[in-house]
Ligand binder design. Structure first.
Ligand code: UDX
Length: 434
């Protein structure tokens, strides 16, 4: 195999930078190109534009094989593979906006030593066929096309890339599929080779099924609350069935982040555009949107109204271990509380909400203890480990009313009760009957 190869990665976001750094780690020579000057400036000075464990070290370790540029031509000059890792944000209808993909395709030239164009961005099924046609039209008929979706989760992206459950490659011809597979030489995971459309679908189906699993357990949790069952015991024992598995059965305030909300809507829009109304997925999306609102409603009932109450949000990012605030349930909760006339305070060890609503109306504090001082209720929105270790007895004393809504079932009810709290959670009755 003629390794190492020259790879141009377009897009220095989560996926692009992780892909670039990991391919460099596997021995390839990589140029990462982005259109944002600030991003490239940071990368040149050894900074990573967002928090991702291990990524900064990986970039530093591989700096002789890894460079960054704003210039598409420079990135393409020696490139044998172009990896498209740009974002595909949702349009108002939920369809994916593919304009950034098209601007990469438009920048490709017949002069470079290009062998394959590979799309890692999540796209609707059929995108590959359209890119293929565009390549043919641009005189790049000899260049192979592949879809190579990425399944990494934030906070463990490097680990996921280098030790994946599987590598999925969709290509229209076998030679391209094998050429792309060889880029992963050194990774001991099974490689699934298939047609382009199927590879595009694998990514959407995987994320939709994970989102469905979370939503299903959130609905079981609601039934547990009403009937006196304990969701933690239920989840644990349900997950021991090897056909179901223990993962993604943790009830909470709903899924957020940059992938699940966007990809489920994109799959729903794609299915509907192709004439199939995806009813189950539709329900998943609706139930997930309701999940944080239900929590606010339960809190409102417990407090006998929210007007004039002070509520502390503990954790603001969509999950722990990241600074990412995209589609975080905290934003929905804060907006609902403010709309009901509550005063909202917040704490997060990493999240930096921008100067936009609802965050401009939320008072941020440097510690959970400061955030809950004088509050009528606190909500654990993100399961940060700091909260498990917090001084809850002191917190209870500093609150106007010691009410804790544990939106992630992070804490032990008995300990919190001993600390003086009225403890509410997801999937367990607030006041056990038996
Ligand atoms: C996800 C997928 O895991 C990944 O494969 C895909 O490539 C991108 O989307 P990510 O968005 O980084 O990754 O986060 P993940 O850890 O999967 O969590 C997604 C959301 O689901 C979070 O809001 C999390 O709090 C929630 N979740 C997850 C639950 O509510 N319960 C669970 O049991 C698991």
């Amino acid at each position: 195999i003629d390794i190492p190869r020259n790879i141009a990665v377009f897009g220095a976001g989560y996926i692009g930078l992780v892909t670039g750094a990991c391919f460099a780690q596997l021995g390839h020579r990589v140029v990462v190109r982005d259109i944002q000057p600030e991003r490239i400036r940071m990368l040149h000075s050894g900074e990573v534009p967002f928090f991702e464990p291990g990524l900064g070290d990986l970039i530093a370790q591989n700096k002789e094989r890894l460079s960054f540029t704003l210039d598409a031509r420079e990135a393409l000059r020696d490139a044998e593979a172009v990896y498209v890792c740009v974002d595909t944000p949702p349009t108002a209808s939920g369809d994916a906006d593919l304009s950034r993909i098209w601007s990469v395709v438009d920048a490709l030239e017949a002069t470079s030593p290009l062998v394959a164009v590979v799309v890692k961005s999540t796209v609707p099924v059929g995108t590959g066929a359209r890119v293929r046609a565009a390549l043919d039209e641009a005189g790049l008929g000899h260049v192979g096309y592949a879809s190579n979706p990425e399944f990494t989760a934030e906070g463990r992206a490097v680990e996921d890339f280098l030790h994946p459950d599987r590598v999925v490659i969709g290509a229209s011809d076998e030679a391209t599929a094998h050429w792309v597979r060889d880029l992963y030489d050194g990774i001991g995971a099974p490689v699934e080779i298939m047609d382009v459309a199927s590879a595009e679908m694998v990514k959407l189906a995987s994320n939709a099924l994970l989102a469905t699993k979370i939503t299903f357990i959130n609905e079981i949790a609601a039934v547990c609350e009403a009937t006196g069952a304990d969701i933690r015991r239920v989840s644990r024992a349900v997950g021991m069935d090897h056909r179901l598995g223990p993962h993604f059965l943790h009830a909470g305030l709903g899924y957020g982040g940059s992938c699940f909300p966007k990809d489920t809507r994109a799959l729903r829009a794609m299915a509907s555009n192709s004439g199939y109304p995806f009813q189950l997925l539709n329900a998943v999306i609706e139930v997930n949107e309701l999940q944080p609102r239900r929590a606010v409603q339960r809190l409102k009932e417990e407090l006998g109204g929210l007007r004039g109450r002070r509520v502390a949000l503990l954790g603001l990012t969509f999950k722990p271990g990241t600074d990412d605030m995209r589609e975080a349930p905290s934003a929905v909760i804060a907006s609902r509380l403010l709309a009901e006339g509550a005063e909202v305070t917040g704490w997060d060890p990493m999240g930096r909400p921008g100067p936009v609503e609802p965050w401009t109306s939320v008072t941020r504090h440097a510690s959970p203890l400061e955030a809950v001082t004088g509050a009528d209720a606190a909500i654990v929105v993100t399961e940060w480990p700091e909260l498990r270790a917090a001084d809850w007895p002191t917190a209870a004393r500093r609150m106007r009313r010691p009410l804790l809504f544990d939106g992630r079932n992070l804490l032990d009810p008995a300990t919190l009760s001993q600390a003086g709290f009225t403890y509410m959670s997801v999937g367990r009755a607030t006041r056990p009957t038996a």
